[in-house]
Design a protein around this ligand. Structure first.
Ligand code: ATP
Ligand code: MG
Length: 421
């Protein structure tokens, strides 16, 4: 049996990177008072239609939706922010705190053409700063993304930011953009032609060269921004300058989701081919209100975990867990001693692997070296008769016979040694 197209198993050799990422994120985000939230993977389809927007690629082509046995329209979440906004409202998180700083890591689902760095089940790690209109909040989330990547020894990236204004500004601009593009309609790429009347702003994002050439002389969104948008954007840039965070302003940067306003930003790398965006984010001041909650301006971002790991995995040196002790045993009467040793090791939190093959001691010792154990505890008929065990140190091949009466002393010694290791 094969796994489904666009899905991947994360095997034990890779999971150590995921565990490292989770642990680092958890410690790092806590420093800035961000707290983990886990929302369900399934939500009502209307949540995403209403928040992400009907004209977007995600809602139009990429959602995994189905009708459940109670005739409800359900969707596997394609991203995290909409679910968090829903959770913020349904749990009335606004009652306990003025600002809710949250982070999450979990699987997301989008029906897309699978490629390197593009899957149908993928993972996002994200943060949301909910409840502030202050440009300092925008700068805060960008700072956290930047220092988190630095913490992970990731250096090959650049931050791009833009202001996409508010709805009125964008609507005015949309009109002008469409007017400008109509005469060139036939020269645009297919995808952009389709977007012309549905979601024209997304055309700015097109990777097609000819479309980009046409866009070079197009009206610019910045010309339609009013004082408030411009002031907000300038303040963010000032904060980023004060923080010495390098960024560039990309006037063509548009995010693929409807709910953003003012700030949009992306973090890109040139090491991953065409899947070059590792992080995308922005401000969403109207989303929570639009979903039935109180007026709650917010800002956040999401990192694609698979893309991030492709980028950093080679720079990270993470020790794989190896058993400290290998338990070799052979014979009918060894059971009691084996079980006693296991409970002592477990109690003292010393890692071990128990042989399950009952093959000869030579083979069991070979296996002990192969799994990287430091010592092998050997229990055979002789040991049972003498009420003892043998311990063999695999580094220098020395061995000692230890009476069961002294077993606790041995285990205490092993505990000290294993904690030094
Ligand atoms: P793209 O333009 O690459 O499709 P997007 O704009 O659809 O990205 P966002 O919705 O902003 O992506 O999601 C944030 C991040 O999640 C992306 O920058 C990317 O790193 C990651 N991501 C999005 N879709 C996928 C996917 N299908 N597989 C793996 N990672 C993804
Ligand atoms: Mg996409």
């Amino acid at each position: 049996m094969q796994q489904l197209r666009g899905t991947k198993d994360i095997l034990p050799n890779d999971i150590i990177f995921w565990q490292y990422l989770y642990d680092t994120a958890s410690k790092f985000f806590t420093l800035s008072n961000y707290h983990e939230i886990r929302t369900p993977i399934i939500e009502s389809s209307t949540l995403f239609k209403r928040s992400i927007g009907n004209a977007t690629d995600i809602v139009n082509k990429e959602m995994y939706s189905f009708i459940d046995q109670g005739s409800r329209e359900i969707t596997l979440r394609p991203e995290g922010t909409a679910s968090i906004a829903r959770s913020f409202i349904s749990n009335q998180l606004y009652n306990s705190k003025k600002i809710n700083r949250l982070w999450y890591l979990g699987p997301m689902f989008r029906y897309e053409r699978p490629q390197n760095g593009r899957q149908r089940q993928f993972h996002q790690l994200g943060i949301e700063c909910i409840g502030s209109i202050n440009p300092m909040a925008d700068a805060e989330v960008i700072r956290i993304a930047n220092s988190f990547l630095t913490k992970l020894k990731c250096s090959n990236y650049k931050i791009e930011i833009n202001s996409i204004g508010n709805i009125e500004e964008r609507n005015k601009y949309k009109e002008k953009l469409v007017q400008y593009l109509i005469p060139y309609r036939g020269d645009l790429d297919k995808d952009s032609q389709q977007k012309l009347h549905v979601n024209p702003l997304k055309i700015l994002d097109s990777k097609n060269q000819k479309t980009q050439e046409i866009l070079r002389r197009a009206p610019c969104l910045q010309e339609y921004l009013t004082t408030d948008s411009i002031k907000h954007f300038h303040s963010i840039c000032e904060y980023l300058d004060l923080l010495s965070i390098k960024y560039s302003i990309n006037p063509y940067l548009i995010r693929g989701l409807d709910y953003y306003n003012y700030t949009a930003f992306e973090i890109k790398t040139n090491l991953l081919g065409s899947q070059d965006t590792i992080c995308g984010g922005g401000r969403y001041d109207l989303l929570i209100k639009q979903l039935g909650g109180p007026n709650t301006p917010s800002v956040g971002w999401a990192i694609g975990v698979e893309r991030l790991l492709l980028l950093i995995q080679n720079n990270l040196i993470i020790e794989r867990n190896k058993p400290y002790i290998y338990i070799a045993h052979r014979g009918q009467r060894t059971q009691n001693t084996v079980l006693k040793i296991i409970s002592l090791l477990e109690e003292q939190e010393i890692s071990f692997e128990l042989n399950l093959e009952n093959n000869n001691f030579q083979k069991q010792l070979k296996q002990a070296s192969k799994v990287g154990a430091q010592a092998c505890i050997i229990i055979g008929d002789d040991e049972v008769s003498n009420k003892s065990i043998t311990i063999k140190w695999l580094s220098n091949h020395k061995q000692e016979n230890i009476s069961l009466i002294n077993l606790s002393t041995l285990i205490a010694r092993l505990k000290d040694l294993s904690s030094i290791n």
